[in-house]
Design a protein around this ligand. Sequence first.
Ligand code: B12
Length: 217
Amino acid sequence: MSIEELYQKMAQSIIDGDSDASIELAKEAVQSGMDPLDAITKGFVVGVNQVGEAFSCGDAFLPELVMAGEAMKAAVSTLEPEMEKRGSHREMLGKVVLATVEGDIHEIGKSLVGTMLSASGFQVYDMGVDVAVTKLVAKAKEVNADIVAMSALLTTTMVKQREVIEALEQAGLRSGIKVMVGGAPVTREWVQKIGADGYSEDAIGAVGVAKSLMGKA
Ligand code: B12
């Protein structure tokens, strides 16, 4: 099978919501020596984006979205050990408290960012999804975080990113902590509006931004 065919099959496994197939294809990618991030961005993500578009046009419904999400999660989890193995940087670059904001349960992009950051040498405290503003701020204080990184996939939950920044300010922590935000609806204008320090459209970019925020780019 050519690489292009493999990418196409990967995308199709997500469209079909077929976790067994997405896991098998992820394993095949690892065995063939493919960069796991290529498998994600050129294969699986193409499928998940297609399902997302179909959902927004009314051509797909919630069960399809759920199945696609599960298949995507299964593929990414299968590729994670290989991504971590490939992360060559072992020097501790900084502590990152990472979460998907309150009210939002989208976890795939957030987890991918976490994997890439830890593979690049950051110590990542991944708090999961739907994390309350107060819990996030308390964790940042507890571990003496260098960076707070927040994911939001819904236009209705993006506002929580601003609330966290305000809560960090109120707790007197903002000057010592850099804030990174991301997620599909996040734009540069939004980043400026809420006074965040960094933003990236993808997980690779997130590593570069985190490094530059730590003065280690
Ligand atoms: C899979 C999925 C789901 C799954 C999530 C499964 C899971 N375990 O995560 C399920 C089925 C649960 C779901 C539920 C819902 N979803 Co949904 N979902 C998606 C879908 C198709 C893909 C998201 C995804 O995983 N993408 C792949 C990852 C790799 O990309 P990513 O998340 O964008 O992350 C990358 C970047 O954004 C960036 N990034 C992400 N986070 C961060 C953080 C930082 C700090 C940085 C620097 C970068 C960064 O790097 C990541 C890696 O490259 C999107 C459509 C889309 N294409 O985005 C809709 C989408 C986000 N969902 C949508 C909706 C409406 C919903 C529901 C409200 C549906 C409903 N009626 O119930 C619920 C909301 C539930 C909730 N309260 O959160 C809408 C949002 C519309 C809007 N603008 O608000 C979308 C856009 C679909 C659409 N086109 O309408 N969803």
